[in-house]
Each structure stands twice: as structure tokens, then as C-alpha cells.
Design a protein around this ligand. Structure first.
Ligand SMILES: [Mg+2]
Length: 347
């Protein structure tokens, strides 16, 4: 059984967040980036939403061109604080679904789902995970992503771009050749505009063309990169998932319909959240030693309280600790929100 890799890429990430947070932008063309200052603005477009792309506007295009293409668009400076808050939430969701994860940018990550405690052994199962991820990101962040599934990073990455936005593309090993054949050689990492121009000189436009060039010739012309081009034209890619971050905690919280003071329903809600958290931990094959509880009063004052035990917390331990930590907050003031979190995670 080979590897199964998922590549998750958020759709027009910055622009999608602005649309989500500003309902009045619905259906409008949005360019995030430099100030166009009429046509005199310098700098570039960082992200354009799908409406703006209809005017041919895209990332890295000079902002003055974007202005010329559609002066009626909404031009916004990027608000990285908001974008990274969303990114953190999304990466935390992704982290639960695989033991190995590599975040490659603010809105992109690779997950390896084989060899994890999830015991993914088929593309069918990998597809189920992808659907769960899409659903959870939509439910929690109201954003869409596109996911590619394949036998390595190369295929997963190209597949995630296949059906944007909100796409899910699965390429099994026996489909790799047909999938790659018609694609431009420039979709291969390392083939930038310069190499692509050089390839065109030897009549290579598509990956199928590239596959016809002997390895020696590619190495002669492109040096060590020639080896990689040759392998990738055949859908081969041994690059591993380089993990830089571990999942640090799993938590849930709930806001009550009405602020409440009675202890019973608050404890009950906290216990239900714990059941959910333990379900997720079990799915990811993780355990934790620290329980953190969050209590927010009706006027938004928020308290957290935590306790760590020497061994992995069982659900029973967590409930006992939860009750102990909650008690000081109960029966006094009206409570708006309760949350639980398990941290100090390990496999
Ligand atoms: Mg993206």
C-alpha cells in the first residue's frame, strides 16, 4: 500500500474572508492588495475573488492593471490579523485528521492519511476524510476549500487546483498518467517561466511532451532539476510531509441560547462538550493530560482554569476534573458560554 496525500487549498482565501465578514460585498468584485489610487497605485493584487477573476484579475498582477480592468471593484488592504486567526482555526481542524501535516502557507497544507492512527487504507476512506474536512471548515469558518487526493504531493497539489472553487479531485495511481498528460509542463514545481520557455524551444508544451524527452537530455539542459522534471513527468514524487507543527490541543465550546445561572444545564453542557472532544481525540489517536475550562459571563468577562494530571486523562477523569474546575463559577452569575479543552497531547 503506497501513501495517500491530501492537499488542501482554501479558495480565494483573503477575499473569501472579506465576503464572509461583509455581507454587503456579496456578488461584488473584490481586489485585496495595494491601494490603486486611481490608476496611479503601485504594488500588486494579493488576492482577487472569483467575481474579480472574471475580469482577468489575479494574484501578483499590478494593482493599476486591476483598476483599469474594473474600476468599480471593491479595493481593500489586507487585514492579516483576521486572516491568520482564520488560518489558525483551519489548521487546527486539519490537524485532527492526520498524524502528519505540513502547512505550506497561510491557506494551504498537505496531510498524509496513510500510516496514521486513522488507519486509512483506501482512496474511499481518504475521500470520506476530505468530505469531513470540507464540512467542518464550512461549518466553523463559513469558507470553502478545494482538496486534491493523490499518491504523492505533486499529484495532490495539482489535483486540488483541478476543480476550484469547492472542489474535490481524487487521482488514484492508475489515473496519474492520463491526469498529467494534457497538463502544461509548467504545472510541475521547479518549471518556472524561464524553464518553460526553454522547454518550448525543444517543442515541449505538455507533460505528455515532456515525458518523451530522455533523462540525459533534461539533465544536460537543466542540471539536477532535469532529474526531478523527468520523474515528475511520470507522476513520481518522493518528497515527504515535513511536519513543523504538532496539534497542541482539542477543544469545544458552546454559547447558550439564553444566559443561565442554574448549575445543572451548565455542567451537562460541559460534559457533552467533553464527550465530543474525547471522540475527536480518539479519532486522531491522541491523548492529553491537561484539562482547560472556559467560562464566559453574560457581560463577556471570561475565565479559564486548568489542571494537569500525571497520566492521560480518561473521559471519567476529565468529567471529575471539569466539575471541580467549574464549581467556583457556578450559581453566582449568569453564564453565557462554557468551553472545554484538552491539551498536552501525545500519541
Ligand atoms: Mg488558496
Amino acid at each position: 500500500m503506497g501513501r495517500i496525500i491530501l492537499h488542501i487549498d482554501m479558495d480565494a482565501f483573503f477575499a473569501a474572508i472579506e465576503e464572509r465578514d461583509n455581507p454587503r460585498f456579496a456578488g461584488k468584485s473584490i481586489d485585496i492588495g495595494a491601494d490603486p489610487k486611481g490608476e496611479r497605485g503601485r504594488g500588486v493584487v494579493s488576492t482577487a475573488n472569483y467575481e474579480a477573476r472574471k475580469y482577468g484579475i489575479g494574484s501578483a498582477m499590478p494593482i493599476s492593471w486591476a483598476y483599469k480592468a474594473n474600476p468599480d471593484a471593491i479595493f481593500l488592504p489586507p487585514d492579516f490579523r483576521r486572516y491568520s486567526a482564520s488560518s489558525r482555526n483551519i489548521m487546527a481542524i486539519l490537524g485532527k485528521y492526520a498524524k502528519k501535516m505540513q502547512q505550506v502557507s497561510v491557506d494551504e497544507a498537505y496531510l498524509e492519511v496513510t500510516g496514521s492512527k486513522l488507519q486509512v487504507t483506501s482512496y474511499k476512506k481518504a475521500e470520506e476524510i476530505a468530505r469531513k474536512i470540507k464540512k467542518e471548515i464550512w461549518e466553523k469558518e463559513k469558507l470553502t476549500c478545494s482538496i486534491g487526493i493523490g499518491p504523492n504531493k505533486l499529484i495532490a497539489k495539482i489535483a486540488s487546483d483541478e476543480q476550484k472553487p469547492d472542489g474535490l479531485t481524487i487521482i488514484k495511481p492508475n489515473q496519474v498518467k492520463n491526469f498529467l498528460d494534457p497538463k502544461l509542463a509548467s504545472v510541475i514545481p521547479g518549471i518556472g517561466p524561464k524553464s518553460f520557455a526553454a522547454l518550448k524551444d525543444i517543442e515541449v508544451e505538455t507533460i505528455s511532451d515532456l515525458r518523451k524527452i530522455p533523462k540525459e537530455k533534461l539533465v544536460e539542459q537543466f542540471g539536477v532539476h532535469g532529474n526531478q522534471m523527468w520523474a515528475m513527468a511520470r507522476g513520481q514524487d518522493e518528497r515527504i510531509i515535513e511536519e513543523e507543527r504538532e496539534i497542541k490541543s482539542v477543544g469545544k465550546q458552546t454559547t447558550f441560547q439564553h444566559d443561565i445561572k442554574t448549575s445543572g444545564p451548565i455542567v451537562k453542557a460541559a460534559f457533552e462538550l467533553l464527550h465530543g472532544v474525547f471522540g475527536e481525540l480518539k479519532e486522531s489517536g491522541l491523548s492529553g493530560k491537561t484539562l482547560i475550562i472556559v467560562v464566559r459571563y453574560a457581560w463577556f468577562e471570561t475565565h479559564t482554569s486548568q489542571e494537569t494530571q500525571d497520566e492521560a486523562l480518561t473521559l471519567k477523569d476529565a468529567k471529575r476534573l471539569c466539575l471541580k474546575l467549574l464549581l467556583p463559577y457556578l450559581g453566582k452569575e449568569r453564564i453565557r458560554l462554557v468551553g472545554v479543552r484538552i491539551s498536552g497531547l501525545f500519541n
